[in-house]
Ligand binder design. Sequence first.
Ligand code: ADP
Ligand code: MG
Ligand code: ZN
Length: 192
Amino acid sequence: MHIIHGEKSGWIEVITGGMFSGKTEELIRRLRRAQIGKQKVQVFKPVIDIRYGLEHVISHSAQKLTSQPVEKASQILELTHQDTQVVGIDEAQFFDVSLIQVCEDLANAGVRVVVAGLDQDYMGRPFEPMPELLAIADFVTKNAAVCMQCGNPASKTQRIVKSSKLVEVGAQDQYEARCRTCHDPQFSKAGI
Ligand code: ADP
Ligand code: MG
Ligand code: ZN
């Protein structure tokens, strides 16, 4: 994409929260509304998220939207067409830190950037590059899931399998939503 400064104003919207908090649903909702408004929309996701195949962004409730898989954040700039008005990015926590500059460049070029990603890993630690992205965003939405233990609002993601890898891609079989009280960051390490 060729950057022309000062033409029209873009901005960065970030949708965050734990797993199952509805980030992908909300991303899809916003992008569909943009499409209804006849805006040119492109959607990207990292190739690492191979859960449901490569060519769609899919929510846990099975809503889906066509997307382009990319290996590195810089490819998003290369693949964004000159006339694209809205860029959606899902699973932002799996991108490298250059995603921040990519989002800034797009927004500065007049693009509305809607980014969804996990704010914390399974241990409850900030998940790079989301902290920086949240800091530079123009708008931030953070929603809770439902705690699978007690029913309270859940801001944490519990890994329910034994593994200490940072990235263990999976859904209900490997993770569940938990509140602060029910979240046990050490669980996946303990007892092995
Ligand atoms: P995210 O992208 O944040 O992981 P999704 O948008 O893919 O979330 O999925 C949200 C949907 O997941 C909800 O609408 C609901 O149907 C389902 N779901 C499954 N478990 C939970 C839970 N513990 N809390 C809330 N929603 C859940
Ligand atoms: Mg999601
Ligand atoms: Zn709980």
